[in-house]
Design a binder for this molecule. Structure first.
Ligand code: MLT
Length: 404
């Protein structure tokens, strides 16, 4: 008789952004006269840059011609894109990463969720609290997280590393030794960053205890300050302890196109086994490669025009971030983030918890944000706003919040 994977039954509620989506749709359906402004999920709103559109058109033409048509993509990605990534995101920044250590995929969310498959179910994970919920949820599905404490909203086998106002939303080295350490900087949801020296401490720690860092660099394009690292491979020794995840969604607006990549250096071994080979085996077996036209669009991200256009696009969103940050400060909120990241992290006012504030803001200002508790127990009294809206909607949302 068939049995389900009952780890799925342990998951509390739905995926965070599905829950929010349902609540907002229900509210909008019940109040068709209201203009709801969505600053919840970190989804981009600006159209794709002209250099990317042009690359897509050319690739579509190639696909319509027998001489240039392409079928299955190489499962680890086309050379042209792997070379462009290695050159621009690594070698130009002084990081020792080669094209054959890059695995192209259809996005960082899938890789963030799937990467745990190549590790034993006995491994203990450590996560920043709060953080992107995919890391914990996918380890729950794999049966790696122990028992759920409903009151505390924590899993018994997960090491939570609180990121609070006291520590500047940067985690401290954990008391218990983890096997896998998820780090995400610039952080989703707090927008906090670590300096290169702080990240070096994590790399040294991981090498010392034999842990693997899974470093999510999805928001690196938003870094504006000098001493904030764009990649974990800027740190000495990261090749032997770190995997890095990248997205094209946030830096180039690919949320609807889907493209990402994962870096696994060939020196990274666990118990003498190279993780590069395991991930290549997994990719080859379970994945047929990102679409050719999308990989050509990804290549255009690294062209001279693409770089210039995307710099402007990032600046557009960061103008929103600055507007939200300043506006909320003026309104008396305690806020952080928004300087090296497109997320603004604020303390819910008046003793409200994060879901109470979510309802309050939706009903009173018709503005949607993301409740901090959805990212972990330390987010309980916090709230996240995204800078990915249009400038006009951002200005209107802040005016409504100020008027409350
Ligand atoms: C977020 O809002 O946290 C992100 O957009 C979710 C994602 O990138 O999958």
């Amino acid at each position: 008789m068939a049995k389900v994977n009952d780890n799925y039954l342990k998951l509390p509620g739905n995926y965070l952004f599905s829950t929010i989506g349902k609540k907002v749709s229900a509210y909008a359906a019940a109040h068709p006269d209201k203009k709801v402004i969505r600053l919840g999920i970190g989804d981009v709103t600006q159209p794709l840059a002209p250099a990317i559109i042009s690359a897509l058109h050319s690739a579509v033409e190639e696909m319509g011609n027998a001489a240039t048509f392409r079928g299955y993509a190489p499962d680890l990605g086309y050379e042209f894109l792997r070379n462009a990534v290695a050159q621009n995101d690594y070698r130009d920044r002084g990081c020792d990463i080669s094209a054959d250590e890059i695995f192209i995929s259809d996005g960082a969310k899938c890789d963030a969720g799937n990467i745990q498959e190549i590790f034993s179910v006995d491994n203990r994970i450590a996560v920043c609290d709060p953080v992107y919920p995919v890391y914990v949820d996918t380890n729950v599905m794999a049966g790696r997280t122990g028992v759920y404490d409903k009151a505390a909203e924590t899993w018994s086998d997960v090491i939570y590393m609180p990121c609070t106002a006291q520590n500047g939303f940067a985690p401290e080295l954990p008391d218990k030794t983890p096997d896998l350490i998820y780090l995400c900087f610039p952080n989703n949801p707090t927008g906090a960053t670590v300096t290169k020296a702080q990240l070096q401490e994590w790399v040294d720690y991981a090498n010392r205890v034999g842990a693997v860092i899974i470093y999510d660099a999805a928001y690196e394009a938003y870094i504006s300050q000098e001493d904030v690292p764009h990649s974990v491979y800027e740190c000495q020794g990261a090749r032997t302890c770190a995997i890095e995840l990248h997205s094209f969604s946030k830096n180039a607006g690919f949320t609807g196109l889907r493209l990402g990549y994962t870096v696994i250096p060939k020196d990274l071994k666990v118990g003498g086994v190279a993780l590069h080979g395991l991930w290549a085996r997994r990719h080859g077996t379970k994945y047929n490669g990102a679409p050719y036209i999308v990989q050509r669009a990804g290549e255009a991200v690294y062209s001279q025009e693409g770089k210039a256009q995307l710099k402007e696009q990032v600046a557009y969103y960061m103008r929103n971030a600055a507007y939200i940050l300043e506006g909320l400060k003026e309104a008396g909120y305690t806020v952080s983030g928004g300087v090296n990241a497109p997320y603004i992290w604020l303390k819910a006012p008046g003793g409200m918890n994060s879901w109470e504030f979510f309802d309050y803001l939706l009903e009173r200002a018709n503005v949607v944000g993301t409740p901090g508790s959805g990212f972990g127990p330390s987010g309980e009294t916090y709230f996240r706003l995204t800078a990915f809206g249009s400038y006009e909607n951002t200005v209107e949302a802040i005016a409504r919040i100020k008027a409350l």
